[in-house]
Design a protein around this ligand. Structure first.
Ligand code: S3P
Length: 462
């Protein structure tokens, strides 16, 4: 089956959607439930490629995980009957992601994991490989973690360094830089670690290793990154305190099973938020979206740029704030100035923010974002290349770019570089362009958002 899609200009987007469950929270729910003694139930777990990598890893480590049922991300026409149900859209070659499911996890606790018989394949998932490295550092057996071509190019020194300071036996290819990672778990000692980069994955790896360490481990971030790990850990019985940018965790206490519900993913919703703002005459209600402030920097930036996005029905779900997001087509978006302090809270929204910038009046500048060079693809390069093909004036810097708007987009052949967020961002750009746009490598969307094209098709139906 062909791994590309051709999309054209959309007249408007209308309807209600429920985005897929949050990817970061789904990873952490499987991880913590697999380490917490007893039976945990996770509702609305993301059944997509990345989170299945984590789920399969824990199965290989001997944890019993039941997949009770799965549903799909859904969309309905406003004022009409439900039209879209299970994603029938082909998931070309990337497997079987299905949206939200329910898991029951039976765990023997922190010390109940067993040595895997083979290499653990983390697929495309940086969260899986880095968080698992933290856990396996404290488990007395050999494990080897690897992944796909993209993951094997991503920097691992950032987790190997602090884990080695804790006493772990962790090694990687090219002088401890890149996967595969080989870990011989040991008795760990607590450390106080000031992180050089703001990274929730590194922070979480250290906190998870801290569960196995003697004494109290402290990690200090340079800027606040997503805080799902520290929000969730106490519900499983971990002794953890947060003070400003510092987090302390006590080693040696047993975790206990916990039930939780995963909210919808703001990062997936973001593609439709921007699509609704940019396609004239659109109106979309996006229901059940997590609005944790460490994730919603995009909303702050868009507000400053003059958009009118309404959060309604704000509520609490398993310790995370959730809302329905109402967005409408907006005219007169202003250029944006995004600097280093903004980046952690909108790190995954960079590709779609670049698409918004093409329609804003004036220059949008995004700087201090060099981390984007080491994501699933080099996202600065991928966006510069695709935007230029669509006729946008762009200036590239090592740590970001300038985009000149408003631009008249023209249809082009775009490469996703196997990166889910690049594929989805340019699919939204295609809705604004004159002529047809072909996006290659769309199976990547199954990493975080199976059913993305189904939802888009449904909302653009006139
Ligand atoms: C994630 C953290 C972020 C983010 C990634 C998911 C997580 O990465 O970009 O998509 O679940 O912890 P970094 O921690 O490397 O910034």
């Amino acid at each position: 089956m062909s791994d590309k899609i051709e999309l054209g200009k959309a007249k408007r987007l209308k309807g209600e959607i429920i985005p897929p469950p949050d990817k970061s929270i789904s990873h952490r729910a499987v991880i913590l439930s697999s380490l917490a003694n007893g039976k945990s139930r996770i509702k609305n777990f993301l059944m997509a490629e990345d989170t299945m990598s984590t789920l399969n890893a824990f199965k290989k480590l001997g944890v019993e995980i039941e997949e009770v049922r799965s549903q799909s991300p859904s969309a309905t026409r406003r004022g009409g009957k439900s039209e879209v149900s299970p994603p029938t859209h082909p998931s070309p070659s990337r497997g079987e992601g299905k949206g939200g499911g329910e898991l029951i996890i039976h765990s023997k606790g922190l010390h109940g994991l067993k040595e895997p018989e083979d290499i653990i394949d983390c697929g495309n998932s940086g969260t899986t490989i880095r968080l698992l490295s933290g856990i396996l550092s404290g488990n007395p057996f050999l494990s080897i973690l690897s992944g796909d071509d993209s993951l094997r190019k991503r920097p691992m020194g950032r987790v190997i360094k602090p884990l080695s300071l804790m006493g772990a036996g962790v090694f990687a290819r090219d002088d401890d830089r890149y996967p595969p990672i080989a870990i011989k778990g040991k008795k760990l000692k607590a450390i106080r670690y000031e992180m050089p980069v703001a990274s929730a994955q590194v922070k979480s790896a250290i906190l998870l290793a801290g569960l196995y360490a003697d004494g109290e481990t402290e990690v200090i971030e340079p800027m606040k990154s997503r805080d799902h790990t520290e929000r969730m850990m106490p519900s499983y019985g971990a002794e953890l305190t947060v003070e400003g940018l510092g987090i302390k965790i006590k080693g040696g206490c047993e975790l206990k099973a916990c039930d939780m519900v995963v909210p919808g993913d703001f990062s997936s919703a973001a593609f439709f938020i921007i699509a609704a703002l940019l396609v004239p005459d659109s109106e979309i209600l996006i229901k059940n979206v997590g609005i944790n402030p460490t994730r919603t920097g995009l909303l702050e930036v868009l507000k400053k740029a003059g958009t009118d996005i309404e959060l309604i029905n704000v509520r609490d779900v398993s310790g995370e704030q959730v809302a329905d997001i109402h967005c409408r087509g907006t005219i007169g978006l202003r250029g944006m100035n995004i600097t280093k302090e903004h980046i952690p809270a909108l790190i995954d929204e960079f590709p779609i923010l670049c698409i918004a910038a093409t329609q804003a009046n004036g220059i949008t500048s995004i700087r201090g974002a060099e981390e984007l060079r080491v994501k699933e693809s080099d996202r600065i390069r991928a966006m510069v290349e695709g935007l230029r093909k669509m006729g946008v004036e762009v200036e590239e810097f090592n740590d970001g770019l300038n985009i000149k708007g408003p631009a008249k987009l023209k249809g082009a052949a775009i490469e996703s570089f196997g990166d889910h967020r690049i594929a989805m961002a340019f699919s939204v750009a295609a809705l604004l362009a004159h002529g047809k746009t072909t996006i290659k490598g769309i199976s990547a969307v199954n990493i975080s958002f199976p059913g993305f094209y189904n939802m888009l098709k449904m909302l653009t139906k006139n």
